[in-house]
Write a protein that binds this ligand. Structure first.
Ligand code: GDP
Length: 354
């Protein structure tokens, strides 16, 4: 629902759909409503909203996702009208972060952001409150769901804030341990939908690596891979970048990326078929700088070359000095794997004094 021109709304809707997919939602319909003026209570007119709700229920939807952030009173007014669960873009993004946060710090930061977001949106006791409580479903803050109330949320926030302080120490210890452990970590970074998890899976299944049963999986987003010559690496997937990240969520986002500190090498993955790819590259580089990670070795990788002609692929890759791949086609990964090897092991030898 917006007053913006139609083409802008269509672009935003496409992005919202990508985000919804990243959160494992099944999108059954998208509705763009251009309005002359935003209705402060319901965003759109009450009658229109009622129509939309009936349509959604007829189609079997269980969740309404609004692209704009809803104020506490808007979310209450809308949830009062329907049994459907109602969330906005920020909640959707927080849900994605919750799914992809791996370190304890990251998880704590995301839960804090979820609770702080939820707190002003709770009033008294009622169904609206319980429907707000669990995030999209299952991955909401903590184990508490229906019973959650303001007092408990405040207690939980306090507890998490304390935990965060203690975690700084644990992080330093972890870093030291990682150093002793000495297996290089390669992290895949990039925008949502760039193909990061597809690439991680493709690399894992690649015949270049021998299976290392003992350490097959660390967690869903990390794999330990071994070359026949006994060289090993850990490869991890990270939370994706998101355009127009709401200010409140920046800290949580950065916390989920904190594990990049341990990486020896970053694979910056770009969906080359996305017309916005140059902006995406810039946004990623900007965040790397903010996290003081810009000095880490990076391989720029352009994914989804299957969507481009080979002529265009060659031109674009050479212009950016990037490696072109299609994460869906394992054959195309060979040059990338070679480059990973080079960056992790060869370059050190080359730069050693003669
Ligand atoms: P992530 O959000 O970066 O982890 O992206 P995903 O790995 O979930 O991929 C997003 C979408 O892009 C999925 O639908 C993939 O099947 C698709 N995808 C990934 N790699 C390629 C590719 O090389 N070519 C094409 N055409 N689609 C791809």
């Amino acid at each position: 629902v917006s007053t913006a021109p139609k083409y802008v709304l269509e672009e935003q809707m496409e992005e919202l759909e990508e985000l919804a997919k990243s959160a494992d939602l099944i999108v059954i319909d998208k509705i763009i409503q251009r309005v002359k003026q935003i209705n402060p209570k319901y965003l759109l007119g009450e009658g229109k909203l009622r129509e939309l709700i009936i349509k959604a229920m007829d189609m079997g939807a269980t969740l309404l996702v609004f692209d704009q952030n809803l104020t506490p009173s808007q979310i209450r007014a809308i949830t009062d009208m329907t049994e459907l669960k109602v969330i906005d873009r920020s909640q959707l993004i927080l849900d994605i972060f919750a799914k992809r946060a791996h370190t304890r710090d990251g998880k704590v930061q995301v839960e804090l952001a979820q609770l702080r977001y939820m707190l002003p949106r709770l009033t008294g006791k009622g169904t609206a409150m319980s429907r707000l409580a669990g995030g999209i479903g299952g991955r909401g803050p903590g184990e508490t769901k229906l019973e959650i109330d303001r007092r408990r949320i405040k207690e939980r926030i306090h507890h998490l804030e304390n935990e965060l302080k203690k975690l700084t120490l644990a992080r330093l210890q972890r870093k030291k341990r990682r150093k002793e452990f000495s297996i290089p970590i390669v992290s895949i970074i990039g925008y949502t939908n760039a193909g990061k998890s597809t690439l991680l899976n493709a690399l894992t299944k690649s015949s270049v690596f021998v299976e290392d049963k003992m350490f097959a999986t660390l967690d869903t987003s990390s794999r330990r891979l071994k070359f026949p010559e006994e060289k090993e690496l850990i490869i991890t997937d990270t939370v994706g970048f998101i355009r127009d990240l709401p200010e409140d969520l920046v800290a949580a986002f950065k916390a989920t990326l904190e594990e990049l500190e341990d990486a020896s090498l970053l694979i910056h993955l770009v969906d080359i078929s996305n017309p916005q790819f140059e902006n995406h590259i810039e946004a990623v580089n900007k965040i790397l700088k903010e996290l003081e990670l810009e000095t880490k070795p990076v391989i720029l990788v352009f994914n989804k070359i299957d969507k481009l002609s080979s002529f265009d692929t060659k031109q674009i890759c050479s212009r950016y000095n990037a490696i072109g791949i299609s994460a869906l086609d394992k054959q195309t990964l060979i040059p990338l794997i070679e480059e990973i090897k080079n960056k992790l092991w060869q370059e050190a030898t080359c730069t050693a004094p003669l």
